[in-house]
Design a binder for this molecule. Structure first.
Ligand SMILES: *Cc1c(COP(=O)(O)O)cnc(C)c1O
Length: 418
């Protein structure tokens, strides 16, 4: 068995964790969890304690940890070749995955796939395509983006320019790309479209804002405005993609096909870093021509065969296990469990929002989100809040019994903390 105390000392000496105040992390009384294993919707720590993975390992896991189908695909590909440069070469998993992704959309709509490594780079890629498209189609003045208040689209500089969460994004605001923020469709309609290339939205639900759901029909209205004014729609489905909302993609709930679709987190079932930006032939064609019309963009690991093989296996699991059909009764059960949770803690919970298999539970008392999640840990649930919103979005494979246990742990956490 590894010497976990030694590992923790090394972690505190050398690692810098994301979105983390390292002074708190490195404090002597903080004992980090080392996650040592996982199976299905459960993960295990260094003490052998098991937890329901209540936020799907930061919104990535889909079919559970250690899914044999996906593990086998990664192993098989690793034995052939682990990486192939997409710059000058191509590879079978990337080719077949691109075709698989395109096939999930109506024929002739989203037909082109550009691979990157994570959600932020999928957004960067869409932004650069949306700007360069305008330059190559005689509208170079259309350089601005429209984003929504409280939006989160990633942390690289371009993607962060589109972010509307003050504490993450404000300090970089004036250094980034030109963006206009709007609160809703009403405000969108007051803009004069001429200087904009694209609107970006997290369809149906804003994740990092605290699982904030949009009104029904809103996405369709944004789509209509975009079409009327020839402004691109970028759908950021980095969180909502791959079944999380109850359909394969959130856009399907409102029969919307965007001009750019950004996918990451769940694309490999939560196993490998991979992302994709899908777009249309109209966009693609504007980049055909001479050397200067080329899309000069890419990453060293673009189209990585291990990631693409994992993603193809994850899509195969959706078919073989009929994942989306099996999910529907669990979405209904989650609704009932959340209603009971609210009824049991009327003073502690203000609002509960649910979108498919994603729940956001607003606590009334400020500053209690982290404490409730820590208390829920001792009842077998791992999750992270967004400020005072508890997040529950376990893998789609979570069993009904595990789902009950997860919501019970949240209830116990709330009771312990308040
Ligand atoms: C997580 C997330 C991103 C950023 O993805 P990374 O892989 O963390 O770079 C972008 N958009 C949304 C909606 C996300 O949830």
């Amino acid at each position: 068995m590894p010497d976990y105390q030694h590992l923790i000392r090394l972690d505190k000496a050398h690692l810098w964790h994301p979105f983390t105040q390292m002074q708190d992390w490195c404090a002597p009384e903080h004992e980090p969890l080392i996650i040592t294993g996982g199976s299905g919707a459960l993960v295990r720590d260094q003490h052998g304690r098991e937890y329901v993975d209540g936020n799907s390992t930061i919104w990535t896991n889909i079919h559970g940890h250690g899914h044999p189908r996906i593990i086998a695909a990664i192993k098989d590909q690793a034995e052939r070749i682990a990486h192939v440069s997409a710059l000058g070469f191509t590879n079978e998993p990337a080719i077949l995955l691109a075709a698989d992704l395109v096939a999930l959309w109506p024929a002739g709509t989203l037909t082109r796939v550009f691979f990157t490594d994570d959600g932020s780079t999928a957004i960067e890629c869409a932004m650069k395509m949306a700007i360069q498209f305008r330059q190559q189609t005689g509208q170079p003045e259309r350089v601005r983006f429209i984003a929504f208040d409280q939006a989160y689209h990633g942390d690289t500089m371009g993607a962060a320019s589109l972010g509307g969460v003050a504490v993450f994004h404000d300090r970089f605001r004036r250094l980034g790309l030109p963006v206009t923020f709007v609160r809703d469709v009403e405000e969108l309609r007051t803009l004069s479209a001429d200087e904009y290339t694209a609107v970006i939205i997290e369809p149906l639900i804003q994740g990092a804002a605290g699982m904030k759901t949009w009104p029904d029909g809103m996405l369709g209205e944004v789509r209509e405005w975009c079409e009327a004014h020839d402004v691109f729609l970028i759908a950021d489905e980095v969180m909502t993609g791959f079944g999380r909302t109850g359909k394969m993609f959130a856009c399907e709930h409102e029969n919307v096909v965007p001009d750019f679709l950004c996918l990451a987190k769940g694309i490999t079932g939560g196993t490998m870093p991979l992302a994709a930006t899908l777009t249309t032939e109209r966009v693609f064609r504007a980049f055909l021509g001479g050397y200067r019309d080329t899309f000069f963009y890419g990453h060293s690991y673009t189209g990585n065969p291990l990631g693409c093989a994992a993603a193809r296996a994850s899509l195969a699991v959706f078919q073989e296990e009929d994942t989306l059909a099996a999910l529907q009764p669990k979405i209904a059960l989650l609704k009932d469990l959340l209603a009971s949770l609210h009824a049991a803690h009327p003073g502690e919970i203000s609002v509960i929002r649910q979108c498919g298999f994603i729940a956001g539970i607003d606590l009334t008392r400020e500053g209690t989100g982290s404490a409730v999640c820590l208390a829920a840990r001792t009842h077998g649930l791992l999750t992270r809040p967004v400020r005072d919103t508890l997040v529950l979005m376990p893998p789609l494979c979570t069993t009904e019994e595990q789902l009950r246990r997860a919501v019970e742990a949240l209830g116990a956490g709330i009771a312990r903390t308040t």
